[in-house]
Design a protein around this ligand. Structure first.
Ligand SMILES: Nc1ncnc2c1ncn2[C@@H]1O[C@H](COP(=O)(O)OP(=O)(O)OP(=O)(O)O)[C@@H](O)[C@H]1O
Length: 317
């Protein structure tokens, strides 16, 4: 397996300096405020999951960090470099993996990586090794001379990630890395992102897949309407907002409305999904309330989706 730490990589920032610092960022598109006074710190060396439904402002946040977009207000610092003034220097130190596949189809895997190694100014003498390292990390070594057009969807996505890593960046931005991929390919990519984290690369990963965030992220920032509404390890967020256990009750709408009323009166948050009502923090239900609710159809552990719904009234996926 390749290592991401190149001999000539610049010194990492001191532990106290976050890899990303966003303070009060605002980005408007006409009447739409895509990012609304956003504050976000990403400490060095962690994988932070930016979790939210479509339209929450995740991609806009990514574009602000790559200086493809300019904030209307606020301050953004990446690896100690202030944007947009130092965006060129910052971009040279970060790896960006876009949501859209924009690989050059006519080029081989090796050529795609070489072009980017050149663009990222990897010294000529080191380019070969850089390509080998990135391709090994993405487990595409045996495809080095395959044309991109011949690769499967999962391989293309791995190549896209390898391309973002070819200059051994200290910070990687992954925008919805597995969107639209089938579950098996998603698993492969999760393994790749986990390897990145093991290498100590700081990763900011946007996603609207709960499982992706729960599996990969050391910490999650839950984003809604352009802001972070909660932040912490998945375990902490779940324990604080959704409790340990969820009781799901199925039934006709009138019965579900009655159950919601009982739960709310007793101070328990609920979540409605189609034909069911989920009562959160159910491990704390007093016997009297439990009796009134009746036996649940399903008891399950709480998850980040429950947290999101409780905090925003929206669903992530
Ligand atoms: N270039 C643009 N012009 C106009 N509106 C935009 C533009 N980019 C984003 N928006 C709007 O800003 C809001 C946030 O969009 P953004 O793409 O950042 O959300 P997201 O969380 O990344 O969702 P998705 O996963 O769908 O990309 C949305 O209402 C979107 O329609």
């Amino acid at each position: 397996m390749g290592t991401l730490r190149a001999p000539l990589a610049p010194d990492p920032p001191t532990d106290s300096a976050p890899a990303i610092r966003i303070v009060g960022a605002v980005k408007r598109y006409g009447d739409v405020t895509a990012v609304d006074h956003l504050d976000l710190d990403v400490p060095t060396g962690i994988c932070l999951g930016l979790l939210g439904p479509n339209g929450a402002g995740k991609s806009t946040t990514m574009r602000l960090l790559t200086a493809q977009s300019r904030a209307d207000e606020g301050e953004i610092t990446v690896l100690g470099l202030s944007l947009p003034k130092m965006s060129k220097q910052a971009r040279a130190l970060m790896g960006v993996v876009p949501q859209m596949d924009n690989l050059d189809e006519e080029l081989t895997v090796r050529e795609n990586l070489e072009v980017f190694a050149h663009l990222y100014r990897v010294p000529k003498a080191e380019r070969r090794a850089a390509v080998r390292r990135a391709v090994a990390l993405a487990q595409l070594t045996d495809r080095l001379d395959t044309k991109t057009v011949k690769l499967s969807g999962g391989m293309r996505r791995r190549l896209l990630i390898a391309r973002g890593l070819v200059h051994t960046p200290r910070l990687v931005l992954l925008d919805e890395p597995t969107v639209g991929l089938d579950p098996q390919v998603r698993q492969e990519l999760w393994a790749l992102v986990a390897r990145l984290r093991d290498e100590g690369v700081t990763t900011l990963m946007s996603t609207h897949y709960i499982e992706e965030a729960e599996r990969l992220a050391d910490e999650c920032a839950l984003m809604s309407h352009g802001r972070v509404v909660a932040r912490g390890t998945p375990e902490k967020l779940i324990a604080e907002h959704a409790g340990a256990e969820v009781h799901e009750h199925y039934g006709p709408p009138e019965r579900l409305a009655g159950l919601e009323e009982i739960a709310h009166e007793a101070g328990f948050p609920t979540r409605r999904t189609g034909p069911s009502v989920s009562v959160l923090q159910a491990e704390r239900l007093p016997a009297a309330v439990s009796d009134r609710l009746g036996a649940p159809s399903i008891k399950r552990p709480a998850n980040l989706e429950d947290v999101f719904v409780v905090l925003t009234g929206e669903s992530v996926e």
